[in-house]
Structures are given as structure tokens and as C-alpha cells.
Design a protein around this ligand. Structure first.
Ligand SMILES: Nc1nc2c(c(=O)[nH]1)N[C@@H](CNc1ccc(C(=O)N[C@@H](CCC(=O)N[C@@H](CCC(=O)N[C@@H](CCC(=O)O)C(=O)O)C(=O)O)C(=O)O)cc1)CN2
Ligand code: MET
Ligand SMILES: [Zn+2]
Length: 758
């Protein structure tokens, strides 16, 4: 019989219980027992909630204390050697994720096109594997003790290897045969424990695959299927396309497909599916927060039912619900109309259950749910809050995307105006968001202090940051971003067409969460957003003060976006709002404006064939924000976590006067792309990895900067950290910035670059 299923539930808890438990454990305020108990409570609560919602196939092992890729790495016995000295398994696990004083953390990177970060497996030639953790088994048993039979979830071998990194020239995929026995041990242990099914996630099946990857799929599943419980291979975030035949021919019992991102793949999948295979149709969006159009979803499910019958069908969200907030019922601040358009994780489970009962017992069985969905959808479509004629008219008008003069000319004007030394020093924007800052904001929210008191506090913080930067001798200062809860949410709160939630938290990495704003309508800027703080900070110093904005692509990428118009259209609306802000900053005397685009790379479509179209509008939107200023106004941008090699052309086309990038963890490796491309404008390669509390010494920073100066003409170089400092503490910041400024000073002496006099 057709069954309702879930692929994964958010782990952090409706009130970020996991975040709080982790952070107090890390601080040493609570012991491991408290943390483990919090994990147990969250799992139990989430299993029960899924069961109560009517989900028949409930996942286990989707919980994680940090990241599910790291869990898999631990299970396979592939923890890097440098952590072996940490004896306690829980401590060792967190050492991998966060580093220790002796062993730097494992790398972290974006999970497909989401804002979730996974811990990258580090593999080497001759790597050995052995099943080394019982987590999947323990959680399966734990659920069974609560009376809930679950379907354990693991990351599949081809995805796990494909997302791993090896030393230069080493392809982790060559370890397939070596890793399969450990996978086989894990799967047969689950089978022996009585698991009937297991969900094996292979999202790389929606990417462009090499021949080696394709061969690995056939080989892996031929080896694993005989020893495993029934395997459901789960794909999500896109269409199988040319990998469809491969996926459908695997010797496994079931396949999950994403019909939200790729509804058009249903018919081809049905055509290709083996005669015994179960099909799990992902029809409720695991990546966005809009309420499901149950009629449309039902039509898709019905099509599958007609073709394969009831016995082989499962109804599920498109992907794990990890990427959506937990519970809409917690949102007491949203107006009723807007709320009626939305569904968070718990509401999505209800939708899946409604679809399953409708297909099994007829639509009458879920009449209320279908009627409510149709009514909300109709109201949403007709709502006057979505379309604003003046915004749409302005968005349609052509705007010049190029700056008035080419870079070499702008550079002359800017150098004459700014009079910066060689190797100018700056930071990326934020200074520590201490507990005191967050508590003040919480106090304002709760009405304990008023706006005037809050702003006085922010002025003091800003002034102290300006004084510190002057004392340390930085050349281009920032105001510190103390007024911002988050670099995207802060803008979302001030722009029209955006809604924001009280509790709509989504895990970004480890204990760090974000509250993505919701773009529901045409976007415009009712008033300046940042000028007050930049102008205040500028008034305190004679040095150049850099204005600080988040770029349109990043605001788009880190928000929940409307689906009734192309992303490019929404992005252009945001770009026009940011353009106005840039011009207001310029008019207020701010001579340098940084427009951050850390998510530009992450927004790349998963298939290469779609890259060009995306990069074209994304870069245009960035240019639109910057093209209105005079030659003498210097535009910076900033990117982190990016593989720049792929997108150099686009970065050149952005034509920012200065770009700062994250390079220290890769030991300037990323800079090679800029060298090979003869990147024409100025660059600040990060010389301080801000992701850990470690204080790099001057020798280390100097080595990085020299390496940069060997790759890039020194008069194009800036000196800065990898990214903003909001997650760091003041003592490290002060020590590191002192080293950074000293490093730049010594470089100036050493290189004696003639600074053009213009
Ligand atoms: N949106 C987004 N995505 C991003 C990044 C980013 O900066 N923003 N950076 C990259 C890395 N990702 C990151 C994601 C989150 C955080 C982060 O620091 N998040 C904070 C929350 C930030 C926030 O919204 N803070 C609010 C609310 C803070 C809060 O929890 N307040 C307490 C009360 C205050 C207290 O006692 O601490 C509460 O509500 O209970 C504020 O400052 O106002 C956290 O999880 O701790 C850092 C990096 C990639 N993706
Ligand atoms: C994730 S990129 C962060 C850029 C931002 N200006 C900051 O310093 O925090
Ligand atoms: Zn950054």
C-alpha cells in the first residue's frame, strides 16, 4: 500500500535546544551527559511528532550533533590522523569539526546549493576504512524502544567519496573498493538488527557525473544490495536527466526523486523505473516555506499511482526538511494572511500525510486539508500585497550597468582621493557579536529597553571599534555591524516585500543558525538602511570609513524566495534597492562601499549547462548596485567559501575596484586563479583564517602575504582577514589585527613598491 514518508527532520529543535546544549557543553558549563540527553529528547520528540502527523515511514540517523557527513566519516573510520590524540569519541568528533590548539579543524563547505555546510572528508592514497561507530544502529534501537520502527538514513558511498577531498592529484573515488566493506558492514548490521529499509542518500545523481562516478554507482550497489536491507536511493535538489537510466537500473529496491525542483522528470522516471522498484515522489518542498498546492501535488502523485499502482508508491517531501524551520505555530508575530501561505517542517508533514490519505481513501478523506490549501493559494495569488506597479515598472526600465570609466581611470581618481599606502589594511566588516550585543538586541525586542537606549549602546560599541582600529593602525575602517542581527536578515527587516519570522531558525553549520527572511512580494526600499551607522562611524575619524552592504544575489540566496516569478526578477528588484543605498552612502560622504556577495558562487545551478544564464543575470545585478557611483567612489566586494576557478570570468565582469576573498585555509591556492586570469583590479586575499580562535603569528601571515605578492603584482594587493569577525572574541581580534597591520608594514618596507603619485 502507498505510504507517507519523510527523508529527514531538522535537528536543532523548535527552540534551538541543540544549539544551546552544544554551546554550553563547548564552554564547559555542562557535561556530556546533559548534551547526550538533549539529543535523546530531541530525537524522541521529533519521531513522535512525525508519527502523530501520520507519517508512516519515519527516518532515524538523520539527527546529528554537528553534521551528517561528519557522522558518516566517523562511522567509516576515516577520521584524519591528526585527531587521534583526542581519546574521547565525543571530544574527537567535535575536534574534527572545530579544531583544537594542535589540530586545525577539517574543512567545511556548502552542501549543494544550500546554506548548510558539511564537514569535508579528507582522504589519502592507501586510506583504510573500518566500521567504527554504532550511531545508526543505536538510534534505530532507540526509536524501536519508543515503539517506532524507522528507516535509517546514511550518506551513500558515491556521494560521500565525491564530496571528499584528497591531496592534489588524488581522486578519492579510487577508494571505492576500499570503503565498500565498511559500508557493507554497516548495512548488514542494520539488517541484522531488523531494519526493513534503509535510505541511502545519493544527491550527486542530480549533478553532471564523470564516467568514473557512473561506474562507481553500478559497482557500489551491486556489492551492497545483497547484504543490505531494502535500499531506497534518495536523490534531491534537481533532476536526474542523463543519470536517470543509471539510477533506475541500480539493483536497489527503491528510488526517491525530487518533483518540486523537477516535476517534469516524473514521466521519464516512470518510463525508466524497474518493474519491482518502489518510487518515492518528493512533492512537498523541502527547500522553501510555501504551502503546498495540494491539488497540483495530488495530480503528480495520481499520475504515478496510475502507472505503478498503490503497492510501490511513497509520498514524501522533496528532500530532507533540514533546510526549513521547524514549526509555523511558533510564529506569533506573522499576520494571519501571510501565515496562511506558509508551511514549515511540521506543517509539511501534515501535507504529506494529507496527500497519502487522499490517494489511499479518496480526496474526501483529506477534504479539509485540500480545501484549506486551495483557499490559501487563491488568496495568495489574488493578494494586493504581492505586486506593486511602481516597482515592476522600475524593474523593467533599462539601467546602465557599466561604471562611468574603466578601472585604470577610476583607480587614478581613487588613489588621489584616498591616499592609501601600498598593501592597504582593512577588515571585512563585522566585529565581534558578543553576548552583550545580542542581549541588548533581545532586550529591545522584549521592550526592556527603548530604541534610544539601544542606539546609544550601539554608538558606544561602534565608537570603541573605531578607536581600536585607529589605535591598531588600520588604513580603511569599518563601523563593525553591531546593529545587525545577520547580514541578510537585517536588510530583509527593512525592505518592503520581505517578511521575517520570530523563530524560523535553520541550521547553517554546527550550532550556528540563520533566520532567512521571506520574500513574498515586490521589493523596494522605503528608507535608507545603513547610512545612519556608516555616517556616524565616519564622523568619528579622519580615515576612510567603508560602507557595508549585502549584495542582491546573497540576499536572494539566503532568503526564502517567491516562486511566482523567476529568481532573476526578484534579484533585480533587490539590486535596485541596494543601488539606492549605495548612492545614499556616497551622498553622505562615504568614499568606499563594500557590497558583499559571498553567496554568488553557491547560487550556481547544479548543472554546468545552466551556469551561464545564471552568471549573466547574477553579475548584472551586482553591477546594477554599483554602476551609479562616481569614479572616485571605490566599490569593494567580498566572497568567501568559493571555488573561484570556475567563475573567474564572472568575477572579472563584476568589475569591483577591490575584491576580498577567503584564501588562508587553502594557503593562497585560490589566488592562482586570479594570477592565471591576470585579474585586472585590486585583491585582498585573506591572510587570517577567522574560522578558528587560533591567533596566527606574524611569520605565518607574512608567509601568506609573500606568497600572494609572488602571484599578484604587489600594487594590486590589499591586506585583510578571510571574512568578517562576528564569530570571534575581542582578545583574538585585537591580537590578530595587530599582527596583520605589522605584516603589511613590513611588506611595505621589504617590497618598496613605488606607489603611483597621482
Ligand atoms: N544568513 C547568513 N548565512 C551565512 C552567513 C551569514 O553571516 N548569514 N555566513 C556564512 C556562515 N554561516 C553563518 C551562519 C550563522 C552565523 C551566526 O553567527 N548565527 C548566529 C545567529 C545570528 C542572529 O540572528 N542573531 C540574532 C539573535 C541572536 C539570539 O540567539 N538571541 C538570543 C538572545 C540573546 C542571547 O542571550 O544570546 C535569543 O533570541 O534567544 C541577534 O543577534 O539579534 C547564531 O547561530 O548564534 C554565523 C555564520 C554562510 N552563510
Ligand atoms: C559571510 S561574508 C560576511 C561579510 C560581512 N560584511 C561580515 O563581515 O560579517
Ligand atoms: Zn565572508
Amino acid at each position: 500500500m502507498t505510504r507517507s514518508a519523510n527523508l529527514g527532520f531538522p535537528r536543532i529543535g523548535a527552540h534551538r535546544e541543540l544549539k544551546k546544549a552544544l554551546e554550553s557543553y563547548w564552554k564547559g558549563e555542562t557535561d556530556a551527559a546533559v548534551l547526550l540527553e538533549t539529543g535523546r529528547e530531541l530525537r524522541a520528540r521529533h519521531w513522535r511528532q512525525q508519527r502523530e502527523a501520520g507519517i508512516e515511514i519515519v527516518p532515524s540517523n538523520d539527527f546529528s550533533f554537528y553534521d551528517h557527513m561528519l557522522d558518516m566519516t566517523v562511522a567509516l573510520g576515516a577520521v584524519p590522523e591528526r585527531f587521534a590524540r583526542t581519546a574521547d569519541p565525543l571530544e574527537r568528533y567535535f575536534a574534527c569539526a572545530r579544531g583544537t590548539s594542535e589540530a586545525p579543524a577539517m574543512e567545511m563547505t556548502k552542501w549543494f546549493d544550500t546554506n548548510y555546510h558539511y564537514i569535508v572528508p579528507e582522504l589519502h592514497e592507501g586510506q583504510r576504512f573500518a566500521l567504527s561507530a554504532s550511531k545508526a544502529l543505536d538510534e534505530f534501537r532507540e526509536a524501536r524502544e519508543l515503539g517506532i520502527e524507522t528507516r535509517p538514513v546514511i550518506v551513500g558511498p558515491v556521494t560521500w567519496l565525491s564530496l571528499a577531498k584528497g591531496e592534489a592529484g588524488f581522486d578519492p573515488l579510487t577508494l571505492l573498493d576500499a570503503v565498500l566493506p565498511a559500508y557493507a558492514d554497516l548495512l548488514s548490521a542494520l539488517k541484522a538488527e531488523g531494519a526493513e529499509w534503509v535510505q541511502v542518500d545519493e544527491p550527486v545523481l542530480v549533478l553532471d557525473l564523470s564516467e568514473a562516478q557512473k561506474a562507481a554507482f553500478a559497482r557500489a550497489y551491486a556489492a551492497l544490495a545483497p547484504v543490505a536491507p531494502n535500499i531506497l536511493v534518495a536523490t534531491y535538489f534537481g533532476a536526474l536527466l542523463d543519470n536517470l537510466e543509471l539510477a533506475a537500473s541500480l539493483p536497489v529496491a527503491g528510488l526517491h526523486i525530487d518533483l518540486v525542483r523537477a516535476p517534469e522528470q516524473l514521466v521519464p522516471v516512470l518510463d525508466a523505473l524497474g518493474p519491482q522498484m518502489v518510487l518515492s515522489v518528493g512533492v512537498v518542498d523541502g527547500r522553501n516555506i510555501w504551502r503546498t498546492d495540494l491539488d497540483a501535488a495530488f495530480a503528480l502523485v495520481g499520475k504515478a499511482w496510475d502507472r505503478i499502482g498503490p503497492g510501490r508508491l511513497e509520498i514524501a517531501p522533496s528532500s530532507s526538511l533540514l533546510h526549513t524551520p521547524v514549526d509555523l505555530d511558533e510564529e506569533t508575530g506573522l499576520d494571519a494572511e501571510l501565515k496562511s501561505w506558509l508551511a514549515f517542517s511540521r506543517q509539511k508533514l501534515d501535507e504529506v500525510a494529507a496527500l497519502a490519505s487522499a490517494i489511499k481513501r479518496g480526496r474526501g478523506a483529506a477534504k479539509a486539508a485540500f480545501e484549506a490549501s486551495a483557499a490559501a493559494l487563491a488568496a495568495h495569488k489574488a493578494s494586493p500585497r504581492i505586486h506593486r506597479r511602481e516597482v515592476e515598472a522600475r524593474t523593467a526600465e533599462p539601467v546602465e550597468l557599466a561604471r562611468s570609466s574603466p578601472f585604470p581611470e577610476r583607480r587614478k581618481v581613487q588613489r588621489a582621493r584616498l591616499r592609501l599606502p601600498a598593501f592597504p589594511t582593512t577588515t571585512i566588516g563585522s566585529f565581534p557579536q558578543t553576548r552583550a550585543v545580542r542581549e541588548k538586541r533581545a532586550a529591545l525586542r522584549k521592550g526592556i529597553i527603548d530604541t534610544a537606549a539601544y542606539e546609544r549602546f550601539l554608538e558606544e560599541e561602534t565608537a570603541a571599534a573605531v578607536r581600536l582600529q585607529e589605535r591598531l593602525g588600520l588604513d580603511v575602517l569599518v563601523h563593525g555591524e553591531f546593529e545587525r542581527n545577520d547580514m541578510v536578515e537585517y536588510f530583509g527587516e527593512q525592505l518592503d516585500g520581505f517578511a521575517f519570522t520570530r523563530n524560523g531558525w535553520v541550521q547553517s553549520y554546527g550550532s550556528r543558525c540563520v533566520k532567512p527572511p521571506i520574500i513574498y512580494g515586490d521589493v523596494s526600499r522605503p528608507a535608507p538602511m545603513t547610512v545612519r551607522w556608516s555616517a556616524y562611524a565616519a564622523s568619528l575619524t579622519d580615515r576612510p570609513m567603508k560602507g557595508m552592504l549585502t549584495g542582491p544575489v546573497t540576499i536572494l540566496q539566503w532568503s526564502f524566495v517567491r516562486v511566482d516569478q523567476p529568481r532573476s526578477e526578484t534579484c533585480r528588484q533587490i539590486a535596485l534597492a541596494i543601488r539606492d543605498e549605495v548612492l545614499d552612502l556616497e551622498a553622505a560622504g562615504i568614499g568606499i562601499v563594500q557590497i558583499d556577495e559571498p553567496a554568488l558562487r553557491e547560487g550556481l545551478p547544479l548543472r554546468r549547462g545552466d551556469w551561464e544564464a545564471y552568471l549573466s543575470w547574477a553579475v548584472d545585478c551586482f553591477r546594477l548596485t554599483a554602476s551609479g557611483v562616481a569614479d572616485g567612489t571605490q566599490i569593494h566586494t567580498h566572497m568567501c567559501y568559493a571555488q573561484f576557478e570556475d567563475i573567474m570570468q564572472a568575477i572579472v565582469r563584476m568589475d569591483a575596484d577591490v575584491i576580498s576573498i577567503e584564501t588562508s585555509r587553502s594557503h593562497m591556492h585560490l589566488l592562482e586563479a586570479f594570477r592565471d586570469f591576470r585579474y585586472p583590479n585590486e585583491i585582498g586575499p585573506g591572510i587570517w583564517d577567522i574560522h578558528s580562535p587560533r591567533v596566527p603569528g606574524r611569520i605565518e601571515m607574512e608567509a601568506l602575504l609573500r606568497k600572494a605578492a609572488a602571484a599578484i603584482p604587489p600594487d594590486q594587493l590589499w591586506v585583510n582577514p578571510d571574512c568578517g569577525l562576528k564569530t570571534r572574541g575581542w582578545p583574538e581580534v585585537e591580537a590578530c589585527l595587530a599582527n596583520l597591520v605589522e605584516t603589511a608594514r613590513r611588506m611595505r618596507e621589504m617590497v618598496e613598491t613605488p606607489v603611483p603619485a597621482q
